[in-house]
Design a protein around this ligand. Structure first.
Ligand SMILES: Nc1nc2c(ncn2[C@@H]2O[C@H](COP(=O)(O)OP(=O)(O)OP(=O)(O)O)[C@@H](O)[C@H]2O)c(=O)[nH]1
Ligand SMILES: [Mg+2]
Length: 265
């Protein structure tokens, strides 16, 4: 029996939890339980006196194994932020993904993947995940369940809605999201991040960016102000992402994270 699974599926032994294979490549195959040897069929018992034998042998039973399958998406860039930060709007602007967008929190319920074509021949894959809120590690909002999908990315875009008139809450949200990342996985919280202040078309965002950019740069040296409505700042952001992805990554991630040549997608 052949079971087709999406690339990025981890196959584990359900009893021991042992990782059997990480299916990172498209069309990769793995035999988790071998079939038993077959018995001899009627034809093998045919002789000069027995032309149509009824005798046969049953085969041996095959291996049995209970598997636990876990999908961790393969993407180069993860887009994170509080609900309504503009994550899905950005991925729909820069890629072929067409996620649902709305002005209420938790519009996105499952991750979206999009291929971003940067220039002739180079592209990368971005993942937009549901919004994270304070207390996600205790299961609040949609909880941490989707953070595993950005564990294999090399770069995080941390989007913050700058159109909020409450300037303090902008900084607070930054710190809360970092705390949530850390409580999920220290490795994830140490991935390089680009801070992206969103909704630049809103005068309030411009004002907040003017007042807060010095504090933001202290927290993270790479800060961009963008608008997914007008396109402001997006091209520069994409070049920065390309630069970030071109840097050497840890060896395990290097195997799966790279620029794709267009014909491979
Ligand atoms: N003015 C303005 N509005 C924006 C911009 N980007 C997103 N929005 C609006 O902000 C709201 C939330 O956008 P989404 O892209 O759904 O936000 P999200 O971060 O994906 O939200 P969740 O899926 O709930 O986590 C929508 O009403 C968008 O139209 C922008 O650049 N400018
Ligand atoms: Mg969304």
């Amino acid at each position: 029996m052949v079971i087709c699974l999406p690339p990025g599926t981890l196959v584990k032994d359900a009893n021991s939890g042992e990782l059997l294979v990480d299916l990172k490549q498209s069309h990769q195959q793995f035999t988790s339980a071998g079939g038993g040897n077959g018995g001899r069929g009627n034809l093998r018992f045919k002789s000069s006196i027995q032309r149509a034998p009824r005798r046969f042998e049953t085969g041996w039973p095959g291996e049995k194994r209970t598997l636990f399958l876990e999908l961790k998406l393969l993407a180069d860039v993860g887009i994170i932020g509080f609900p309504n930060a503009g994550k899905s709007t950005l991925i729909s602007k820069i890629s072929n993904a067409r996620p649902k967008i709305a002005d209420y929190p938790f519009t996105t319920l499952v991750p979206n993947l999009g291929v971003v074509r940067l220039e002739e021949g180079t592209s990368f894959v971005a993942a937009d995940i549901p919004g994270i809120i304070e207390g996600a590690h205790e299961g609040k909002g949609l909880g941490h369940q989707f953070l595993k999908h950005i564990e294999r990315t090399r770069l995080l875009l941390h989007l913050i809605d700058f159109s909020d008139p409450d300037r303090e809450s902008i900084l607070n949200r930054y710190h809360k999201l970092q705390a949530e990342l850390k409580s999920f996985s220290p490795a994830l919280s140490q991935k390089p991040q680009i801070l992206v202040a969103t909704k630049a078309d809103d005068p309030q965002s411009q004002k907040n960016f003017h007042d807060l950019s010095a504090s933001m740069v202290k927290l993270n040296p790479v800060v961009f102000l963008i608008s997914s409505l007008t396109g402001e700042g997006i091209q520069n952001l994409l070049w920065k992402i390309k630069e970030g992805l071109s840097k050497e990554g840890p060896s395990e991630e290097k195997q799966i994270t790279r620029f794709y040549r267009e014909q491979e997608i």
